[in-house]
Design a protein around this ligand. Structure first.
Ligand SMILES: Nc1ncnc2c1ncn2[C@@H]1O[C@H](COP(=O)(O)OP(=O)(O)OP(=O)(O)O)[C@@H](O)[C@H]1O
Length: 589
């Protein structure tokens, strides 16, 4: 139990940098709550005075003052509770906003290898559900945990002051109750974490199904996926049920023990009255105090469970915030001489994905002369995409180096490197934003004329102008649907908008029909003009656009040369090309 409370406390301590800036309103809110609860606790004591004074002596002289005092205490209690709410809203929202911003910023900085490891649903639930859990804890649970525990201590002190025997009875049920709630909350923490993970998995499943709805429909996999989803949802339900069972047991204990305690106090108090050692007013006050303490005592178990859930959420949030950012700016960046020439070299480059025991690239030497377009071909899984990803440092080489104009890409500031390179990927991702924003994403500080120029180069200007709001038309998931070719051309425009010296393109012609391919090919021809480009080619037509071809076999460059040279001299290249042609024919059918 000790270990667990230590780890809960350690996890929650991590929140201190977020809570520190709002500690003053938080403490004021806590004090207001404590003051309000003290007012509530004062009312039974006045009741004692009324019972033992005006009622016992049938003398109403003091009654108006005592009643007025009850009224004043009641109003103060209400005013303080109001103040608590007013004070806490802003700091709790600030903690939530600060955490969320940090997670988002960190997710942007984390390398692609981190995102490979985590499912997007898991990350989404950390940035939304877990952060929400922390906000609720700051706004409510932590305040009431401190205040209610203090009020229980003060209340039991009052009972001892009224009649020690009644105080002992209260202690007898309060201590086991707190102990039991500790036991239950430790079980609850494990189940709560499992439920959070399962909810994350379920979110991923929904997200994937929505994003891949075309594939699922095309292959008629909907019913099967629904069955799998139902099975996972059932698992989550079972975990939630286990959570509720633990909670139900906790509540049963929370109810039965105080009731038994009040029964004991009634018995002992009544005997005291019969003996003349206690007054009726004292017994009434003691029962009222015990009744008033019911909620604070009952709530401790629940608040501890909330605290545990928050600690689990905090651990998950910090798994992201603590993840190492492995691809960073160098300590002493080397500048690129301007204008950038765009001479790209791969020198004995080796690469293995993190955690993989097999190297994907095993000693790549490739020289891309300034302004040259090199097509990268190779059988599926030979490492073409991986090789292109090393240029903008989406991954870092395991050994060897990639240079631009003689400078190792790891010695360049990341913004300089990525400003020098334009990239487009096999799947042209569009964001829910206007055409202009989607294209301008390719470079910082581009104006409309640059966006239009990029659209012109990528042969996208005409269809963009035909969109209902032109450049302002919202596209992406929540906007207008575009055809495959239109998406590819926007992705190309995005790649060239910053006038990059180097382009890395992961087959921008794949997955296009013949007509669209011709359109994008035209665009590509213009895009490639005057820049150094490394283009992954899955189709013979892409190969034709290149000055030179490099063939990847088994993690090494097996041959380089012009398309004609390789066709004439290299049997393996001929074989590869005919496979590519066959695949293209199958795709066209
Ligand atoms: N994120 C990743 N983590 C671990 N292994 C990966 C990752 N991405 C790719 N791989 C593996 O690295 C190898 C090379 O993949 P890569 O995508 O670079 O090949 P490719 O030549 O571009 O293939 P294709 O022509 O099918 O697009 C494959 O065996 C693949 O399974």
């Amino acid at each position: 139990m000790k270990d667990q409370s230590t780890s809960t406390a350690a996890a929650l301590r991590r929140l201190w940098p977020y809570i520190k800036p709002v500690r003053t309103p938080l403490l004021l809110s806590m004090s207001a709550t404590f003051g309000a609860m003290l007012c509530g606790l004062g009312i039974p004591l006045i009741t004692q005075r009324i019972v033992d004074g005006p009622i016992a002596h049938r003398d109403l002289a003091a009654l108006p003052w005592l009643v007025l005092l009850v009224g004043v205490l009641g109003c103060t209690e209400a005013a303080l509770f109001y103040t608590r709410r007013r004070l806490i809203a802003r700091p709790a929202a600030a903690v939530e906003a600060h955490l969320r911003a940090d997670i988002y910023r960190k997710l942007q900085r984390l390398p692609v290898s981190f995102h490979d490891r985590y499912q997007s649903g898991q990350l989404l639930s950390r940035a939304s559900t877990d952060v929400g859990t922390v906000r609720r804890w700051v706004a409510f649970a932590v305040i009431f945990l401190v205040v209610n525990t203090s009020i229980v201590v003060v209340g039991i002190g009052v009972l001892f002051w009224l009649a020690p025997a009644l105080g002992i009875v209260a202690l007898c049920y309060t201590l086991p109750l707190v102990l039991m709630s500790y036991l239950f909350e430790s079980r609850f923490k494990v189940v709560a974490r499992r439920a959070q993970d399962q909810a994350g998995d379920l979110t991923t499943r929904v997200e994937e199904s929505v994003l891949g709805i075309r594939v699922l429909k095309a292959f008629g996999r909907g019913p099967e996926l629904s069955r799998r989803f139902a099975a996972e949802a059932r698992e989550l339900r079972n975990t939630e049920m286990a959570k509720f069972r633990i909670f139900a047991l906790l509540w049963a204990v929370l109810i039965v023990l105080p009731e038994l305690g009040i029964a004991g106090q009634l018995a002992i108090g009544t005997i005291g009255i019969a003996d003349g050692t206690t007054t009726i007013g004292t017994l009434v006050a003691a029962i009222a105090v015990s009744a008033y303490l019911r909620w604070p005592v009952d709530s401790i178990g629940w608040l501890l469970a909330e605290t545990n859930q928050t600690s689990a959420a905090t651990e998950r949030i910090f798994e992201v915030l603590d993840a190492p950012v492995t691809i960073t700016d160098p300590e002493s960046p080397v500048p690129l001489t301007t204008p950038v020439v765009g001479h790209v070299r791969f020198e004995d480059v080796r690469f293995a994905y993190p955690g993989a025991d097999r190297e994907v690239l095993r000693g790549i030497d490739l020289d891309l002369r300034p302004g040259e377009t090199v097509a990268l071909v190779g059988s599926t899984g030979s490492g073409k995409t991986t090789l292109t990803a090393l240029v903008p440092r989406l991954y870092d080489v395991t050994s060897g180096r990639v240079t631009i104009d003689g400078v190792d890409v790891r010695d360049l500031r990341l913004d300089v490197l990525r400003g020098t390179i334009g990239a487009a990927f096999e799947e042209p991702v569009l964001f829910s934003a206007s055409v202009r924003e989607n294209v301008a994403l390719g470079s910082a500080d581009v104006d409309d004329s640059r966006v239009r120029e990029a659209l012109r180069v990528a042969r996208a200007e005409e269809f963009v102008e035909a969109l209902p709001w032109g450049l302002e038309t919202r596209i992406g998931e929540q906007g207008m649907s575009l055809s495959g070719g239109q998406r590819q051309r926007l992705a190309l425009a995005r790649a060239v908008v910053g006038h990059p010296a180097v382009l890395v393109l992961d087959d921008p012609l794949s997955a296009l029909d013949v007509h669209t391919e011709a359109e994008v090919e035209g665009a590509l021809r213009r895009v490639l003009h005057g820049v150094t480009a490394l283009v992954v080619a899955h189709r013979p037509s892409t190969v034709q656009l290149a000055d030179r071809v490099a063939m990847l076999v088994d993690g090494r460059i097996a041959a380089t040369g012009t398309h004609r040279e390789l066709l004439a001299e290299n049997a393996e290249y001929r074989r590869l090309l005919s496979t590519m042609e066959e695949e293209e024919e199958v795709a066209a059918r």
